[in-house]
Design a binder for this molecule. Structure first.
Ligand SMILES: [Zn+2]
Length: 488
């Protein structure tokens, strides 16, 4: 092993992680890593199956005396997010990740590390290769392409796995056990605006609303961060009622899974009304500041621009602004089974105008499919009221927390034996592979666990060395405990 990983425990896990880091394995480029793992486990006598999507299942026989135990699936994803710093030279198709040890942390040199989910893969494969850990029958399920749309899990052939319990190894907090996630979908609303020639005696301004925090549309939605589309629509509606403005452009939001941070609009104001518009800007700025004290960097700026090629009629502009205000945004319901967990939310994620057409995107999420369907229905109904049309993306399922899970009970018991206290239960308001796999295998008892990984998906990603040891200790004990049980 290289000096970075020298003397780290558990040795086998770090050895495998080092090998994984040396093989490029960004999303949709997992073949080489999969072949490497196949080779290693076959040499150890394991049976390997693959499905058409490229997911791999490694069957590991029970150790002597544990043949009648329930069969456990250990699941992780093969792919990693490929992000690097501006100045870092790195070709994710060719180069291995260069690892650095920094106190208790392993990180990469200017790139993502791929501890998400390389540590999970390493731990599962280490169990397959282990000589002195007792366990019942194991199936190690390694999926492809988790990070760019969960497509490995979505196309997983259900016959690939047979176990009754599944431990997902893709969590990022060693103190917690994850027991639920949200499902989601997407709706694009299309609305047609009427064009007119821009009025000559109007003054034209670009308005910028900037400095909002944004963030993940699921994980940060409960923080009531301001949405740039909403704030800009409210600002424009106020200006319109005071000045009878004309709208020439409105752009905001790029990623569907991010809360919009900035918005730009181009408006025309009658010559004599420019002061009125400016007092609207400062009134609304003060209002937003009071409403969102946790958005200290919010700014609204204006800039003179030349006469645009066209603008929109006042009537269709008003319908558009009302439509943007009518869409739901933020937390819509909290979970009744788990306190503090968001059950249902929506992110009004973007608005873009181009010629006559306006395209708006919404990203709803819920851990309950009925609630998800209800939000989508509301988005479609509001769009229809405005005379627009919608296109719905296929939805993906959530994972509803099951506080009575047998696997959860066992995990909490083993964890408490090792550390003297229970882990805390968490569920995430975002999509996980467990939601999708659980829908394909409705009776599967699931939990998700992992070591401490910080700054996932960024070049600051790092994994805590001591937490890997901790994660491994509890995992091994849990498998030993299940190995002593009799399958139902
Ligand atoms: Zn992951």
């Amino acid at each position: 092993m290289s000096s970075v990983f020298a003397n780290l425990e558990p040795q086998q896990v770090w050895k495998l992680f080092e090998d994984i880091c040396a093989i490029p394995h960004g999303s949709k480029n997992e073949a080489e890593l999969r072949t490497y793992i196949e080779k290693v486990v076959k040499a150890h006598g394991c049976v390997v199956k693959k499905d058409a999507a490229g997911n791999l299942c490694i069957s590991v026989s029970a150790t002597p005396g544990c043949e009648h135990a329930p069969s456990v699936i250990l699941q992780a994803h093969l792919d990693m997010v490929c992000e690097k710093n501006e100045l870092t030279r790195h070709d994710f198709r060719r180069d291995g990740v260069r690892c650095i040890r920094d106190g208790d942390w392993i990180r990469a040199d200017g790139t993502t590390l791929g501890a998400d989910n390389g540590i999970g893969v390493a731990a599962a494969v280490a169990l397959a290769l282990s000589e002195n850990i007792s366990h019942g029958p194991l199936e190690i399920l390694l999926t492809v392409d988790e990070e760019t749309g969960l497509t490995g899990a979505l196309h997983l052939s259900p016959d690939l796995i047979t176990g009754s319990m599944m431990i997902n190894l893709d969590s990022e907090n060693s103190h917690a056990v994850c027991i639920g996630c949200a499902g989601g979908g997407g709706v694009t609303s299309m609305y047609e605006l009427e064009l007119e020639a821009p009025k000559k005696n109007y003054l034209w301004r670009d308005l910028w609303l900037t400095g909002l925090q944004g963030g993940h549309s699921g994980m940060n939605i409960h923080e009531n961060r301001a949405n740039a589309v909403k704030l800009m629509a409210r600002l424009l509606r106020t200006i319109d009622s005071a000045c009878a403005m004309r709208l020439a452009d409105f752009q905001s939001g790029d990623k569907h899974n991010a809360i919009p941070r900035e918005a730009r609009a181009c408006i025309g104001i009658p010559e004599g009304k420019i002061n009125t518009m400016q007092s609207c800007l400062s009134d609304m700025f003060d209002r937003f500041k009071n409403e969102y004290p946790h958005e200290p960097l919010l700014e609204i700026t204006e800039q003179s621009v030349s006469l645009p090629a066209h603008c929109y009629t006042q009537e269709t502009t008003r319908v558009l602004l009302n439509l943007l205000l009518a869409f739901p945004h933020g937390v819509l319901a909290m979970s009744r089974t788990m306190s503090g967990l968001v059950e249902t939310s929506n992110n009004l994620s973007s608005v873009h105008l181009s010629g006559k057409s306006c395209t708006i995107h919404n990203t709803p999420r819920s851990s309950r499919p009925e609630r998800l369907a209800a939000v989508i229905e509301q988005i479609c109904a509001v769009t229809e009221l405005a005379g627009g049309k919608t296109i719905q993306e296929p939805t993906y399922p959530g994972w509803e927390p099951n506080p009575d899970s047998e696997l959860l009970r066992l995990y909490e018991q083993v964890y408490a034996e090792v550390f003297g206290h229970a882990p805390f239960r968490e569920a995430v308001h975002a999509g996980l592979e467990c939601g999708i796999i659980g829908q394909k295998k409705p009776d599967l008892d699931m939990i998700a666990i992992g070591p401490d990984i910080r700054n996932c998906h960024s070049p600051h990603e790092a994994v805590s060395i001591t937490s890997v040891q901790k994660f491994w200790t509890v995992l091994v004990r849990l498998l030993e405990r299940i190995g002593k049980m009799k399958a139902a």
